[in-house]
Design a protein around this ligand. Structure first.
Ligand SMILES: Nc1nc2c(ncn2[C@@H]2O[C@H](COP(=O)(O)OP(=O)(O)OP(=O)(O)O)[C@@H](O)[C@H]2O)c(=O)[nH]1
Ligand SMILES: [Mg+2]
Length: 430
């Protein structure tokens, strides 16, 4: 077992409790030295430790003995009062007693190295923490419990069936064995169909995990900032009657029902402006519009013909309904930011448009998975079709490479620095 690692596993800051986690070979002795406590698997005990002169902290210590722990090593979770000073002192004590500070994701990395979970499950743990909707949460939890991995296994199993037949046709080619190429080619077709289906599921799995970026855009002075302030429930943006008030984009995280949404207020689009600062603001608006999942295209009666000339992810909003009416046949939501009219309908529509994305996802997935499937596809596409006695050597090579790429999804055979790269994207304490 490796040297013990220690970190705070709860978010930084003050709260009722914080949890300091230690994992590794010195855990038993550290717990004993800190709390005069016998490390006892499956128990949670209250004990005190002296953290500084005249200051004793009462903690709850939960013990998990190797291999029945998150990391597969001896693990202790120490719940203390949620004060960063206490957390820091506790971590310092653990370091003095033989532990070292954990790197980001190192607990999960150890779980992976100790075969507690595969790589796809480790990634899903982070997806579960970061999920920004209930549907994303469900998808990530399915991946944590192995649904995603089961799909990978099924595909690999199907590929290996073909590989066994192909390889044996090469090994026994000089003998009078009857190699059934019809069967090989039929299996090859089934495998391709499975992989195509999996690729599509991955696409949905990625989409459901993506953040929801909403950009409030439109001409100047139509009430974009007023709408932003109502949706975020605070005075995030400055509102004045002067055209071109907002320059830098303003960003807020908001919650609509079970959906977490990143919302941006932007500078009004005004192609006639000569103001250099306003022009820079408009450039920023345009690049945010490009990357948006949903654009609220706000207009008022003075700008009823304005259009960003974009298709797809646009929700038209007519504002200032307290002083004017929308044009006949207006297709969108009609609101008054000033009188807070119809705002819940606007929220409902935003929710509806964003939450339909990827709601069929069977599991959470990532770009890394998609790239490996793409590479496997390239091998499959380069594989001779149909496979026959003359090209079976070439086919064997491509199938082998496809196997390696697909295998890398769950258990990469590559070097440590690759794993380090993956786990460094995790948070400390995880
Ligand atoms: N009557 C009425 N006035 C509104 C409404 N919403 C906003 N206003 C007014 O319109 C003016 C512009 O509002 P803002 O929210 O700053 O508009 P904006 O689109 O962010 O403007 P820029 O940042 O300059 O592009 C302010 O005087 C607001 O009080 C509304 O629903 N009804
Ligand atoms: Mg504004």
């Amino acid at each position: 077992m490796d040297q013990a690692i220690v970190a705070c596993s709860t978010p930084p800051g003050r709260g009722a409790i914080s949890v300091v986690r230690i994992s590794g070979k010195e855990v038993k002795s550290i717990i004993n030295d800190l709390f005069s406590l016998e490390f006892d698997h499956g128990t949670s005990k209250v004990a005190e430790t002296n953290l500084s002169e005249g200051f004793n902290e009462k903690c709850l210590i939960s013990c998990f003995e190797s291999p029945s722990s998150y990391t597969g090593e001896d693990v202790a979770e120490i719940s203390c009062h949620g004060n960063p000073l206490i957390v820091r002192a506790l971590i310092q004590k653990c370091i003095e007693l033989g532990a070292r500070s954990a790197n980001p994701g190192e607990f999960t990395q150890r779980a992976f190295l100790n075969n507690k979970i595969d790589l796809a499950q480790s990634e899903a743990v982070i997806d579960l923490i970061n999920a920004s909707s209930s549907a994303a949460m469900v998808a990530a939890s399915k991946s944590v419990s192995g649904n995603f991995g089961e799909n990978v296994d099924k595909i690999l199993e199907s590929l290996r069936k073909i590989r066994i037949l192909v390889e044996s046709s090469i090994d026994f080619s000089d003998q009078d064995t009857n190699i059934d190429f019809m069967q090989i080619n039929a299996l090859f077709k089934d495998f391709r169909r499975l992989l195509e289906d999996f690729d599509q599921k991955i696409e949905e799995g990625i989409r459901i995990m993506s953040e929801h970026r909403v950009v409030v855009a439109g001409p100047p002075n139509v009430g974009k900032s007023s709408i932003m302030n109502i949706l975020s429930g605070e005075e995030a943006s400055i509102v004045t009657e002067i055209k071109g008030t907002t320059r830098d984009p303003i960003y807020k995280k908001i919650q609509i029902k079970d959906l977490q949404v990143d919302i941006y207020d932007t500078a009004g689009i005004n192609d006639e402006t000569v103001d250099e600062i306003e022009k820079l603001g408009i450039d920023k608006s345009r690049s945010l519009i490009k990357g948006a999942d949903l654009i609220l295209e706000v207009v008022d009666s003075e700008n009823r013909d304005f259009s960003l000339k974009k298709n797809g992810n646009i929700l038209k909003v007519f504002n200032k309904s307290d002083i004017s009416s929308p044009p006949k046949g207006f297709e969108g939501v009609v609101v008054s930011a000033l009188e807070k009219k119809n705002i819940s309908a606007l929220e409902e529509k935003i929710y509806e448009l964003l939450s339909s994305d990827g709601s069929d996802a069977l599991f959470s997935a990532r770009e890394r998975h998609r790239n490996l499937v793409k590479k496997a596809f390239m091998e499959i596409d380069s594989c001779p079709d149909p496979i026959d006695v003359k090209n079976v050597d070439i086919a064997a090579e491509h199938l082998k490479l496809a196997d390696i790429f697909l295998g890398d999804i769950k258990s990469p055979m590559s070097a440590d620095d690759f794993l380090g790269e993956i786990f460094s994207a995790f948070c400390i304490g995880k």
